[in-house]
Each structure stands twice: as C-alpha cells, then as structure tokens.
Design a protein. Structure first.
Length: 74
C-alpha cells in the first residue's frame, strides 16, 4: 500500500533520502499552520475573533460557486 502514495517531494535528512507524499505534506502544513495560529493567539498578537472573521473573508473570496462567478462584474 505504501507504494501507491504519490510523491510530493524528496527530502534528505542526515544524509538519508526520504519520499514525502502529498498526504504527509498536507498534514505537516496543517500542523504547522495550527501551531502558528495558536502561538499568535496565545501571545496576543492576533485576536481569535479577528482571525475567524478573516478566515470567513478568505473563504468567501476563494471558494465560490460557478453561479457566483457568473454574477461578478468584469
């Protein structure tokens, strides 16, 4: 089953090559992003409500239905 994974990149750690799958890369990115957000909130650099508001804004900008794209002005 391990042979079925699609390789996203190859890493060399301590002189040893290692394949990293897209799934492993996505999980690693998710964990790093969550840790960063938690740290910024804990250190009071950002407010949790502001963060959630921005996530909603980004979601609205990025994830649009084909119908909403048709309604946009050029």
């Amino acid at each position: 089953m391990a042979d079925d994974k699609k390789i996203a990149l190859k890493m060399v750690v301590d002189g040893e090559a290692r394949d990293v799958s897209y799934e492993e890369l996505a999980l690693s990115n998710n964990l790093a992003q969550e840790a960063l957000v938690r740290l910024l909130i804990e250190k009071k650099v950002i407010d949790p409500k502001d963060f959630l508001d921005m996530m909603g804004k980004v979601k609205k900008e990025r994830y649009r239905t084909p119908e909403s794209l048709d309604k946009q002005e050029p």
